[in-house]
Design a protein around this ligand. Structure first.
Ligand SMILES: C[S@@+](CC[C@H](N)C(=O)[O-])C[C@H]1O[C@@H](n2cnc3c(N)ncnc32)[C@H](O)[C@@H]1O
Length: 292
């Protein structure tokens, strides 16, 4: 890969997925894209770039963007957010939504499904407290590949051993050979949709809780600020946003304020100054390309 190839890929990835690669990540690009080039019958990354530059290679470009995403996830990742869900968010919302008996939760970079299904299992665990409630859990991701795996709800022994309490494995999964499938009642609680966080997401409606964990960490400050701004418009004023352990709004955006004494938990900041016209959405040309 030449320095010019690398610059082309850096720019493309920033525009298409928000991924902000520093100048020294050639090894990462090579480890992910050399296999993809070979699969496409090309000798290496230079030829891959030539093909993308020539145009009419939209499917290949989408594969490149997907190959560069990091999909690491596991059940009840970091534990603390799920404690906050059970001890803080759900008690507050069950009271606040008692009249309308509905809850909407968005998992905004859901990868292979462990996060939205962990949320679904928490809600199922509430039993009669949510009987008759309409509960929507919407799982979205840029990558179609991870969404397909998530929809199937089939996990390896290794995956179910990472973070999932044995009682929940026994209760909610069925063993199929050496794999484990989530039972249909939990799978049916989660709706899947492909969505790029750089694009407009107002059509999803509003949510009581948004989990947006371990994705913004790959973006630059302006991209994060734009996404926080747009997220604050879809989180109910008494709702919550949950970030990953290495993520924060502090010093980036005043669209959300930290929830006291609950690490990673935020509420929309009703008193913020909204900068008109600044929405952090990708330019129209990139939207059109990414949507193809
Ligand atoms: C590291 S995983 C995090 C999964 C889960 N939220 C967790 O914390 O375990 C990051 C996910 O973000 C997705 N992603 C990357 N860029 C994205 C974008 N621009 N829009 C939506 N999803 C994106 C990737 O495909 C990947 O599945």
């Amino acid at each position: 890969m030449t320095p010019l190839d690398y610059e082309f890929l850096r720019k493309l990835l920033k525009e298409r997925s928000g991924l902000d690669l520093s100048a020294d990540k050639q090894y990462l690009v090579e480890s992910r894209l050399v296999p993809l080039a070979r699969k496409a019958g090309l000798p290496g990354i230079t030829e891959l770039v030539v093909k993308m530059k020539a145009g009419f290679a939209e499917a290949l470009t989408a594969e490149v963007v997907e190959a560069m995403t990091t999909n690491e996830t596991f059940f009840f990742r970091d534990k603390v957010p799920f404690d906050h869900l059970k001890d803080t968010m759900l008690p507050a919302l069950l009271q606040a939504r008692a009249a309308r008996r509905s809850l909407r939760i968005w998992c905004a970079a859901s990868s292979t499904g462990q996060e939205p299904y962990s949320i679904a299992m928490c809600l199922k665990g509430l039993g009669p407290a949510v009987a008759g409630w309409k509960i929507d859990i919407v799982a979205t991701d840029l990558s179609q590949g991870v969404l397909e795996k998530s929809k199937a709800g089939i996990f390896s022994q290794f995956e179910v051993q990472r973070g999932l309490p044995i009682q929940l494995l026994v209760k909610h999964f069925t063993q199929i050979g050496d794999m484990w499938q989530l039972n249909a009642d939990i799978r049916s609680m989660v709706q899947h949709r492909q969505l790029n966080l750089l694009q407009d997401f107002s059509h999803l409606g509003t949510f009581d809780i948004v989990f947006c964990r371990n994705v913004l960490i790959y973006f630059d400050q302006d991209t994060k600020a734009g996404i926080f701004e747009r997220l604050s418009r879809v989180v109910e004023s008494d709702g919550f946003m949950v970030l990953g352990a290495a993520e924060s709004v502090v010093g980036i955006s005043d669209a959300f304020k930290p929830y006291p004494e609950r690490r990673g938990l935020y509420r929309p900041n009703g008193t913020r100054n909204v900068k008109p016209g600044f929405a952090g959405i990708m330019p129209p040309k990139a939207v059109a390309l990414a949507a193809r």
